[in-house]
Design a protein around this ligand. Structure first.
Ligand code: GRF
Length: 193
């Protein structure tokens, strides 16, 4: 299975996928990494010799024009699966519709709890005793697509957004690596998750 990973940030989830894909028995290959800015995580692609591209959101007048360029880049690489992992942008419906259902996203909360760009902060603000990590199929809502994997993560006394997010990310990585594997071997059919 060929995979394109889209990021905006540090790309720790991307790195975990790259490391997993180093194993010749892992049934998926990351063929390209894309970013909506000069993301730090692009360095991981370089470390692993994986091609990357950036489509800087700031260079485009509208989300649709940005999305159209992103879609054009993805078409060049023709991956089987697109993984959003820390992409902090909503994709235009045209791109989602072109790739659906072969486009998944990781989210640092136990969806449908705490969707959106601040899931970790929102769980803390709500005083939740536990939150979680989720992998979903991307639809045209905000973190509203079918859930393909999720796991609870405890909120500990004294947690701040950083400590809680750092406890969530390893769970997210493990779920993501397993979901991509299951898709690759046909255990998980995204058309009927
Ligand atoms: C991850 O928790 C992801 O789910 C969220 O942002 C974080 C990205 O972390 N959207 P990283 O860039 O993979 O380190």
């Amino acid at each position: 299975l060929t995979v394109a990973v889209l990021i905006s940030g540090t790309g720790s989830n991307l790195r975990a996928l790259l490391e997993a894909a180093e194993d010749p028995d892992y049934p998926a290959r990351i063929v390209v990494v894309g970013a909506d800015r000069e993301a730090d995580g692009l360095a991981h692609a370089e470390d692993f010799g994986i091609p990357s591209f950036t489509v800087p959101y700031a260079h485009f007048a509208t989300r649709e024009e940005w999305g159209a360029e992103l879609a054009a880049q993805l078409r060049v690489w023709r991956p089987d699966l697109v993984v959003l992992s820390g992409l902090m942008r909503l994709l235009p419906a045209e791109l989602v519709d072109e790739w659906s259902p072969n486009i998944i996203n990781t989210h640092p909360a136990y969806l449908p709890e705490f969707p959106g760009a601040h899931g970790v902060r929102d769980a803390l603000a709500a005083g939740a005793a536990q939150t979680g990590a989720s992998v979903i199929v991307v639809d045209n809502g905000v973190d509203s697509g079918p859930i393909v994997a999720q796991e609870r993560v405890p909120v500990l006394a004294g947690d701040d957004e950083h400590t809680l997010h750092e406890r969530i990310k390893p769970v997210e990585r493990r779920l993501l690596i397993d979901v991509v594997r299951r898709i690759a071997v046909g255990e998980l059919d995204l058309t009927s998750p």
